[in-house]
Design a protein around this ligand. Sequence first.
Ligand code: PMP
Length: 414
Amino acid sequence: MTDQISSVSAPTTMDKVIDRLRARSLQTGGARQMYEKTIAGLDGPRVRFTDGTNPLMLATYDYLGLLDDERINQAVKDAVDTFGTGGHGSRVWGATLTLHRRLEQEIAEWVGTEAALVFASGFVTNFSVIASLAGPGDWLLSDQRNHASIVDGCAAAKSAGAVVKVYRHNDAAHLEELLTQAPPDAARVVVTDGVFSMDGNLVDLPGIAETCRRRGALLFLDEAHSLGVIGPHGGGTPDHYGLPNAADLVMGTLSKSIPASGGFVAGRHDLIEALRFTTRAYVYTGAPSPPNTAAALAAIRLVRQEGDQRRARLRRNLDRLLHRVRQEGLRTTDTGSAIVPVILGENAVAIEVSRLCQEQGLFVLAAVPPLVPAGTARLRLNVTAAQSLDDIDRTVDIIAAAVRRVGAGSLVAT
Ligand code: PMP
């Protein structure tokens, strides 16, 4: 009898697991459905959701406006005709296609390195390559605001015996101080985002790269939001700063300005080949699919051919957006990237503003903890080359009206 009662009331392992997961989830204040809309189709810079709405998309990583480009779509169809939709298994088990080889070669040419290695996703690239790079006793130093995939890669390296240190955001002096504490014979690897994804700001590459050089550390640079997008030639943060060889390993994703999915690292041939047969997410997983690989390859070719015009349009849109947002008295910064944060403060305010914008045909989302620190909830706008100036003006009009309606007078910069 007693047993029966306790088995009914005591939380089961399933209850405990679900409770713990809920405690860590996005603090969306009950507005989770807003974050989980389902896209039924595309319409230029707009999306068609299954709920019948057709908003302008300001929460997209399609920075260069290449998503749904008919030349990329055609390359995918051709690849499916030649190779089918899937593969034969792992790249190291006979499944490498000509497409994979070409993609790796053209990524290396694009980034300006000797070689490149492609993975199934950007997250997995960071996670697995970072875990491979630092072994027992090696020192791994990571910026405080690095992406979750880097944080998890560092945790994996730590559990394998690496020493992990987190340096203050973009603080080269703190990095230097930590590097001086490493034993002289320890290998040192420094990992940083090129563009920090929630604030949109750039790495202090001159400071961080110089510190690495002086202290003999290898620099791993995550260019997920910057390759193709920033720098006079679209070469990312090294191009922006005029430091083409600042990083030893450049990581990039194939899911943002390149509208496919996957990730890569690019660097010296001997390092890349050493990673190829050791990185677990390369060895123990199926090769990227033919359609996906073909999409990435076709997109990289287009970025190399048409990048200048697309970046010029993107810059024009960014300038207009920043100008108009400031004119409305909202708090933002010119981050140097295509990510524009509009800081609103409280989660509930940011979520309500986002909801009102969506009602008016503008899809923007509020970034809330744990994505951003508490008290800094924000709208996170992504500008792209596909948007028109009218789209940008409408975006700001809708946001400004929503902020006024929520009555967030204190949100406005003084
Ligand atoms: N690095 C950074 C800085 C990112 O912002 C992201 C994803 N937003 C990734 C890596 C992971 O890339 P992917 O989405 O291709 O897995």
